[in-house]
Design a protein around this ligand. Structure first.
Ligand SMILES: C[S@@+](CC[C@H](N)C(=O)[O-])C[C@H]1O[C@@H](n2cnc3c(N)ncnc32)[C@H](O)[C@@H]1O
Length: 232
């Protein structure tokens, strides 16, 4: 029987199942622990309830993944992260992979889901080979830019507090994209063994269906890479 504390979900967002230790660094995560302040800021119009200060029905551990993970070594049987690694710079991602290995028990599994750079580029090329785009359709270049998500189409909006927060943390833009080969390579560099691409909800992590969402993997949405920590 697996304990609640055996599996960690990195960058959980609002998808934070009760059976896992969930972690996120955003201010929405922070506000889940400071609901009164959130309400007060909303009342004074400093934040609004759309994406700024959105109400999450979960209370994750609040932590910035660019800092060392706040857990002892050999703590978890499994570490999971969906659509989060690409929000870190490449060197920060390496540090996080090493941290994941540190906090996993020997035999523990790391599984990361990321957007598939290969599928995105292939789709773009397929759509551009078809000739000109009608005015009602999105141009393939715009489609690709949206998925790459390095920058949004508009400069950051919202009030000063939200802009300052976005500038300070910059959690929501992508910094580096991966295909299955490159992410597998970085897993191996970090000391993971038996690294391989896995299908949706096909995992050595028991109860993967509790946390893995179809819209994050299926229909080209993402690839899953899994690796094992063999020894301490
Ligand atoms: C695209 S969402 C994915 C949410 C969820 N895992 C899913 O698949 O639906 C990325 C999440 O990673 C979090 N995040 C991004 N950079 C982070 C960082 N440096 N530290 C902690 N959380 C971060 C964001 O706050 C956001 O909740």
């Amino acid at each position: 029987m697996m304990n609640v504390g055996d599996r960690l979900n990195l960058g959980c967002g609002p998808n934070a199942p009760a059976g896992l230790v969930n972690l996120d660094g955003s201010w929405n995560a922070w506000f889940t622990h400071h609901q009164c302040l959130r309400k007060a800021l909303q009342r004074f119009g400093i934040i609004n309830s759309s994406n700024q200060g959105a109400q999450w029905n979960v209370s994750p551990v609040v932590h910035d993944l660019r800092d060392p993970l706040p857990f002892e070594e050999n703590t978890f049987f499994a570490v999971y992260g969906s659509h989060v690694l690409e929000h870190l710079y490449r060197s920060e991602a390496d540090t996080l992979l090493a941290e994941c290995r540190r906090i996993l028990k020997p035999g523990g599994v790391l599984r990361l889901v990321v957007p598939d750079l290969h599928a995105l580029v292939q789709n773009y090329l397929k759509n551009t080979n078809g000739g000109s785009t009608s005015q009602s359709e999105q141009a393939p270049a715009d489609w690709l830019n949206e998925r790459l998500a390095f920058r949004s189409a508009q400069p950051p909006g919202g009030n000063l507090a939200f802009k300052a927060y976005g500038f300070w943390k910059d959690f929501h833009s992508h910094k580096w994209m991966y295909d299955a080969d490159s992410l597998s390579h970085y897993f191996e560099n970090a000391g993971f063994a038996s690294v391989m691409k896995k299908e949706y909800r096909c995992s050595e992590i028991r109860g993967i269906e509790e946390v893995e969402e179809p819209e994050r993997v299926l229909e080209g949405a993402g690839i899953c890479i899994e690796g094992k920590k063999l020894h301490a």
